[in-house]
Design a protein. Structure first.
Length: 264
């Protein structure tokens, strides 16, 4: 009889590691008795039926799949032998070759979920080494579909780019929301009304784009062609360099991700 899958999350006490652990339990990817989580200082009171340890090697020894969820700067001092195991990194910037060398494995996957994993709406791109098997890939897909949506991409360069794009999670929509709220308050609206108006608009936009077949550029074109108030706003934002600002910001994030990898 084939035994059940055992997953370990190094950094399971952190927000991302904990979110992934909760998601795979809720989705039935793994049983609580087959889930191991590590912590640095104090054992959390969450996920009480899982196995908790402060010893990362103990976690690795009892796991088939090891998810490494620590800060990249903390990873460099992490000494874990994962020989013969599948290692999945959710850290920004750490290259596959570095993961394999450090953890003594040829089966490594580099991923980049975002903060929306906490609510099951993360987008997670991932790339694998040549030795990762098809059954390994099925496990990776199951883990990150439990957290939201996932795609295997063609190269680490694409992961570097998506680190800045989708890895941002709610940050870019929040940046837009913050600017809109401040402008609304400047027009005399109360902070409460401004916040509710803007957040509701963005939530509704996300739901509509998810359910409708049009791509975002088609939606923008529809509003521009209508020649109403929204068209006036869009044209002024574009004339003020909106598209260029977004492009430059994403390019800066891409270069930062590449430089983090170079340092690993």
């Amino acid at each position: 009889m084939r035994r059940s899958l055992r997953i370990g999350v190094i950094g399971g006490a952190g927000w991302l590691g904990g979110a992934i652990a909760g998601a795979v339990l809720d989705a039935g990817v793994v049983k609580a008795s087959d889930l191991a989580l590590s912590y640095r200082r104090e054992k959390p009171g969450t996920l009480a039926d899982a196995f908790w340890t402060a010893d990362n090697q103990e976690l690795a020894d009892r796991s088939d799949v090891i998810i490494v969820s620590v800060r990249p700067e903390d990873w460099r001092s992490l000494k874990v032998d994962a020989s013969g195991k599948l290692v999945i990194s959710v850290m920004a910037g750490i290259r596959l070759v570095s993961l394999c060398k450090s953890h003594l494995t040829e089966r490594a996957v580099r991923t980049l979920p975002n903060a929306a994993a906490k609510v099951g709406l993360s987008y997670t791109p991932w790339v694998a080494t040549a030795n990762v098997r098809e059954d390994d890939r099925a496990i990776v897909r199951a883990i990150f579909e439990a957290c939201g949506a996932q795609d295997e991409v063609a190269s680490e360069s694409q992961i570097d780019y998506l680190t800045g794009l989708s890895g941002s999670g709610p940050a870019f929509p929040a940046l837009l929301a913050s600017a809109m709220i401040e402008h609304a308050k400047g027009q005399g609206l109360s902070a409460e009304v401004a916040h509710r108006a803007v957040v509701t608009v963005l939530k509704g936009a996300g739901r509509l784009m998810e359910r409708r077949e049009e791509c975002p550029s088609d939606i923008v074109r529809t509003f521009v062609d209508y020649r109403g108030t929204t068209a006036a706003a869009i044209e002024e934002m574009r004339a003020s360099g909106f598209n260029d600002a977004v492009s430059r910001g994403l390019s800066a994030a891409f270069q930062k991700s590449v430089s983090m990898g170079d340092a690993s």
